[in-house]
Design a protein around this ligand. Structure first.
Ligand SMILES: Nc1nc2c(c(=O)[nH]1)N[C@H]1C(S)=C(S)[C@@H](COP(=O)(O)OP(=O)(O)OC[C@H]3O[C@@H](n4cnc5c(=O)[nH]c(N)nc54)[C@H](O)[C@@H]3O)O[C@H]1N2
Ligand SMILES: Nc1nc2c(c(=O)[nH]1)N[C@H]1C(S)=C(S)[C@@H](COP(=O)(O)OP(=O)(O)OC[C@H]3O[C@@H](n4cnc5c(=O)[nH]c(N)nc54)[C@H](O)[C@@H]3O)O[C@H]1N2
Ligand code: SF4
Ligand SMILES: [Mo]
Length: 745
């Protein structure tokens, strides 16, 4: 029996694990998985999902070798055949119809693997397509946009210094369940308890009294989508009561006056009726926040998957800036990771781009070289120059995760050629012509190259292999670099990037992750910079400290981070002022509609999502751990809303939106605000031709049958996955659980 140190790669928390392993080769067995008390970031924290690492490893449905789709199902093929056919077919489509005729989609687990984050660029260069998509446009792009606008670099995201803060104001995040996002902070429950134990205050603003709200000093219900009004009113109060604003927020900050002027019509008194939170409460919150020795406002997916995602993200940062809670302990701070991707992006001149072009069909904005995932279906289905005819997905399940499943299903089924780099045959990959399965986390080494940059404490840790793969398996980095090299070879077109790829192919050598990692560590802020006379952090140091190395608490570093051309933080760039205009116009419209509205006739419902501690987006339901226990894919509704509709607990109800309808069991709970219903995402494992034995026995329904691909946040084109108008009624028994018969355009 031996113990291997590993970092859990399932969510952003990066919990350090101790995994017991016995035997070797075919007889290797994985034993207990525990939290590592010596991990300097997680200090022994762990959640129920950690055992999924073993269950995925042992899952008989997980693919180990490539497969090709035939009329009678998937059949195994060799790696050489799979790589060659995939690259040839994709290259042929591009040679014939142009580069944009092949699209790519990168999913969430891609962000956790060194072998994907660092090796995907090659594939992107080989493809050079505008039809690049990722889960980022279902998730955090508004945060990237805010950082690009304020600090000049999409990757420089200030993180709540939660371990030293005296006041935490959370909007649209449930870190007790999600374990934090753009705030890697394992053991969230303990950290929040510690905050309160040192006299700190926790306030949560959420349409649902979520698990984090249940631990808070105060919870305020907010209508989905109303955060921009809430944040504007708070900032208005801070600007108005001069004593609340910090005397010197930061000498680098400019535009405060312009922003104050733009916020003038959005006082607490002006928005209270529409917001449903009284001006008295708003002013009290502003005072408490400003008076706390240190305070930080934090918003996540609830504020991003939202019609005002970018504005929300900017206002959150500006609230921290204006009250002097920025780049200082206990406020919002920039981590200093051992591999600083933000600094690398700056060196490469790729700090992010905004609205650099518009999508072909709808004219939605591109962001950072990617198009909105909500536009993917129409870019596949709409004929004309630039139509997507071939696709490659990497670690993604867009048919289940992006809005309007019916449209996406139709789109993926219509492709001329589609390849997936994935180890499950699921709702999306079932459409693939070829699936190239990588090794699972326990079979390869890893370094969380992205998330150390978003962590609440600076640490570095290397995760070694736990279960050696057999020689028939391939890693993500091998598959991605092989595809890149072969596509470049097949295309034979000009362009220096493809020329380089062809040169690498002829050389026959791609640096493996270990070597690459060592170089990046040496070039990083703690490294020796390859200067022989200096000492510095190297891979061998990480290997000698298997629980990880503590690099210290977050420290002020805005001077080093700031990358805006003016070397200032402009809090009132034109886009923000335009978004505030849009907010004011909406407020005026809503106010005049409210005067005409008959209060007894108000019976609208809007849908929001929900995460569960035992699942992770759409792909963890094939492990027994995630699906055991009571049914969790239920529609939650307030008791008054249920009574008005004559609905009772446990009954199956039908939920309809503009794009589709689903049926789910009803759960009545007054933890939701009236007028809001909640259905978790990631369920709905009902397609034909999948290989998900466990998940298909616990299918649930897909919330994204209901979410609307036509509703976008206008600045970055993020999907609006919360606040979807729906109708809920009793269903007459029988029937099918999930239906979206047409695209209903
Ligand atoms: N309604 C609604 N929809 C949502 C959300 C919501 O809140 N509400 N949340 C959105 C958010 S925040 C996100 S991030 C997206 C997620 O959306 P996606 O990233 O598209 O979907 P996932 O469920 O993460 O699927 C991950 C896929 O990666 C595969 N995979 C896992 N590990 C690896 C690996 O190491 N290598 C490779 N190659 N493949 C791997 C899995 O088998 C699975 O097919 O969903 C979004 N969709
Ligand atoms: N257990 C588990 N952990 C996960 C995941 C998972 O699926 N399961 N997914 C991972 C991923 S990909 C991500 S991106 C992170 C996300 O991590 P979080 O951002 O913490 O996401 P959620 O837990 O969905 O919390 C969002 C909260 O926003 C609320 N909300 C919805 N609409 C609005 C609104 O308009 N305004 C406000 N103020 N609140 C609103 C919801 O009620 C919910 O409580 O979690 C990660 N961790
Ligand atoms: S919170 Fe759970 S899923 Fe997330 S890293 Fe820790 S053990 Fe893994
Ligand atoms: Mo996400």
């Amino acid at each position: 029996m031996r113990t291997v140190h590993k970092t859990c790669n399932l969510c952003e928390a990066m919990c350090g694990l101790l995994i017991e392993v016995a035997g070797s080769g075919e007889g290797l067995e994985i034993g207990r998985i525990r939290g590592d008390p010596d991990d300097p970031l997680s200090r022994g924290a762990i959640c129920a999902k950690a055992i999924a690492l073993r269950e995925i490893q042992e899952d008989p449905d997980r693919l180990r070798t490539p497969v090709r789709r035939t009329a009678t199902g998937f059949e195994p093929i060799s790696w050489d055949e799979a790589l060659e056919e995939t690259s040839r077919r994709l290259a042929e489509i591009q040679q014939r119809d142009g580069d944009d005729a092949v699209g790519s989609y990168l999913g969430n687990p891609g962000a956790h693997g060194f072998g994907i984050v660092m090796y995907l660029t090659g594939l992107y260069s080989a493809l050079s397509t505008r039809n690049k998509y990722a889960a980022s446009s279902l998730d955090q792009n508004p945060k990237h946009a805010s950082s690009l606008l304020l600090y000049g670099n999409f990757l420089s995201i200030p993180i709540p210094d939660i371990d030293r803060s005296d006041y935490l104001l959370i909007l649209g995040a449930n870190p007790v369940v999600s374990n934090g996002s753009l705030m890697s902070a394992p053991g969230m429950r303990r950290r929040l308890r510690e905050l309160r134990a040192r006299g700190g205050r926790l306030v949560v603003v959420d349409p649902r009294r979520c698990e984090t709200a249940a631990l808070a000093d105060e919870h305020l219900f907010i209508r989905p989508g109303a955060d921009a009004l809430f944040l504007s009113a708070l900032l208005h109060a801070v600007f108005q009561e001069k004593s609340l604003a910090s005397d010197a927020p930061h000498r680098r900050v400019e535009g405060l006056r312009e922003l104050e002027a733009a916020l003038a019509p959005l006082s607490p008194e002006a928005v209270e009726a529409e917001l449903g939170i009284s001006a008295l409460i708003l002013r009290r919150l502003a005072r408490e926040f400003a008076a706390a020795p240190s305070a930080v406002c934090y918003g996540r997916v609830g504020t991003c998957q939202n019609r005002f995602g970018t504005l929300n993200s900017v206002l959150i940062d500006v609230l921290n800036i204006a009250t002097g809670n920025f780049d200082r302990s206990g406020g919002a701070m920039f981590p200093r990771p051992a591999i600083d991707l933000a600094a690398i992006a700056r060196l490469r001149g790729s700090v992010g781009t905004m609205g650099e072009w518009r999508t072909r069909v709808r004219g939605a904005p591109a962001f950072n070289g990617e198009q909105p995932a909500a536009c993917l279906a129409e870019e596949i289905l709409t004929p004309g120059e630039g139509q997507i005819r071939g696709m490659i997905t990497v670690a993604g399940n867009p048919c289940l995760s992006a809005p309007n499943q019916a449209a996406l299903d139709e789109a993926f089924a219509s492709l001329e050629f589609y390849a997936a780099v994935d180890f499950y045959i699921n709702e999306t990959t079932r459409h693939a012509d070829i699936i190239l399965p990588p090794t699972w986390s326990l079979e390869h080494d890893n370094y969380e190259v992205l998330f150390h940059g978003f962590a609440v404490h600076n640490t570095a840790k290397y995760s070694p292999v736990v279960v050696p793969p057999d020689e028939t398996q391939r890693h993500d980095w091998e598959i991605l670099s092989q595809l890149a090299l072969r596509i470049a070879e097949h295309k034979q077109s000009s362009g220096w990037k493809r020329y380089c790829l062809r040169a690498v192919r002829r050389m026959g050598w791609v640096p493996e992750p270990r070597r690459f990692l060592d170089w990046l560590l040496r070039l990083g802020p703690y490294g020796d910079g390859f200067r022989p006379w200096r000492s510095g952090l190297r891979l061998r140091d990480l290997e000698a400290n298997p629980s990880g190395i503590d690099l210290g608490p977050l420290a002020p570093r805005i001077e080093e981070v700031l990358a805006s051309p003016s070397a200032k933080i402009d809090v009132a760039p034109p886009i923000v002022l335009e978004e505030l205009d849009r907010l004011r116009a909406e407020l005026t419209r809503a106010q005049s509609a409210a005067i005409q509205r008959d209060p007894s006739g108000v019976d609208e419902l809007v849908l929001i999502g929900r995460r569960d501690v035992r699942t992770n987006n759409s792909w963890l339901h094939n492990v027994p751990m995630a699906v055991k226990g009571k049914e969790r894919c239920t529609l939650q509704m307030h008791s008054h809303d249920a009574t008005r509709r004559n609905l009772s607990a446990g009954e199956r109800v039908q939920i309809r939106s503009r794009v589709g309808k689903v049926e789910a069991p009803l759960e009545i709970t007054d933890d939701l605000m009236q007028g809001v219903v909640s259905l978790p995402h990631g369920w709905g494992h009902t397609g034909t031709g999948m290989r998900l034995g466990v998940a298909e026995r616990h299918p649930g329904v897909n919330a994204n049958v209901l979410t609307d691909d036509l509703v976008l946040e206008p600045v970055v084109g993020n999907a609006v996955l919360n606040g979807v108008p729906v109708e809920v009624s009793a269903c007459g028994g029988g029937g099918i659980a999930q239906e979206s018969p047409s695209r209903l355009r």
